[in-house]
Design a binder for this molecule. Structure first.
Ligand SMILES: [Fe+2]
Length: 336
């Protein structure tokens, strides 16, 4: 599939860090002695999300993986603990890095070897609800339960081979596809929207906000949960696609102007966009996040929102469907 449009210059990437390579962890030396305060922050983050009223909205595969990972709610796990539970199941290997935010090029080189990097940085007390930078809690609690699951390992396997062969423009699309699937994706299970992306799972505020939207769609009769929900969402999407794309263009401009650079700013500036574009705040546009079907062409248009909440999330009809849609874009590139 070719994407017929100019990918805007804004990428949402976090600035590169220059690290002294001699500070990097060696394969023999992966463990850290954490402070009591760090363990306490971990425990509070864990308890904030490990609640029945939130867990029920996370997809089945995540919850199964979380069981298998046997994380201690009160202590940050060792790398050895994680590898003991992950490597025998899927062949993935966890490695610690001093880099706080690994850039895509380095990240995908490790991915190609089925190595998943986790940072050694943990957020501070004032970032409990939201942090733009993926920290250790995000990496471990958000992603690693999935890495016990073969299907997820397969999904993650798709990105690196395509990324290596992609053009610069395609690389930006690949990063967006990864962002809106493994980081911020949703999936339908048992005719309900479920959270799939690690970025939503590990960020309490974005998670609760997403769950609120699931409820609002029912309350405002946008989606009738007694009938199959995905076809209804798809219908809404087709009817609203023009407006959706106008909103995306507006979001691109906001990003370029640096107006989506904090959690507080994010939704407020998107709201002012609705007014400017004269789009009524109702139906699929009536909440604080827009939920649309996972569609490569649409995702290629919208940048990653890193410093604020994502104004738009994408849902796959099933994980098999996610697999197929990702393949449709990534495979032809990987096979060049
Ligand atoms: Fe992540």
């Amino acid at each position: 599939m070719t994407i017929n449009q100019n990918v805007p210059s804004y990428t949402g990437d976090i600035a590169e860090q220059h690290i002294d390579p001699s500070q990097e962890y060696s394969t023999e030396n992966q463990e850290i002695a954490f402070s009591d305060e760090q363990h306490a922050i971990w425990a509070d983050l864990f308890a904030g999300i490990h609640q029945p009223y939130l867990l029920e909205h996370l997809c089945r595969e995540y919850r199964m993986g979380l069981e298998l990972l046997q994380l201690d709610p009160h202590r940050i796990p060792t790398v050895a603990h994680l590898n003991e539970r992950i490597t025998p199941r899927t062949g993935w290997h966890i490695e610690r890095t001093v880099v706080r935010y690994t850039l895509a090029d380095d990240w995908y080189k490790k991915f190609a070897q089925r190595i998943f990097l986790i940072t050694d940085y943990l957020r501070t007390r004032d970032q409990m609800e939201f942090t733009p930078e993926p920290d250790m809690f995000h990496d471990i609690f958000g992603h690693l339960p999935f890495l016990t699951q073969e299907f997820y390992a397969r999904i993650e396997d798709k990105f690196a081979p395509a990324y290596m062969k992609a053009t610069q423009e395609e690389r930006e699309v690949i990063k967006r596809l990864a962002w809106y699937s493994t980081e911020f994706g949703l999936v339908v299970e048992d005719n309900r929207f479920k959270v799939f992306g690690a970025g939503i799972i590990s960020g309490r505020k974005e998670l609760t906000r997403t769950v609120m939207e699931f409820y609002r769609l029912g309350r405002d009769n946008v989606i009738d949960y007694a009938r199959p929900i995905f076809p209804q969402l798809h219908e809404q999407f087709l009817a609203g696609r023009n407006d959706l794309h106008r909103i995306i263009d507006g979001v691109n401009d906001l990003h370029k102007q640096g107006q989506m650079s904090s959690a507080d700013e994010g939704w407020n500036v998107v709201l002012s966009l609705y007014k400017k574009l004269d789009i009524a705040q109702e139906g699929m546009f009536g909440g604080e996040v827009i939920i649309a079907p996972f569609d490569v062409e649409t995702i290629a248009r919208i940048p990653k929102t890193v410093y604020a909440f994502n104004p738009m999330l994408f849902v796959c009809e099933s994980l098999e469907e996610m697999d197929a849609v990702l393949d449709s874009y990534l495979k032809p590139i990987a096979m060049r």
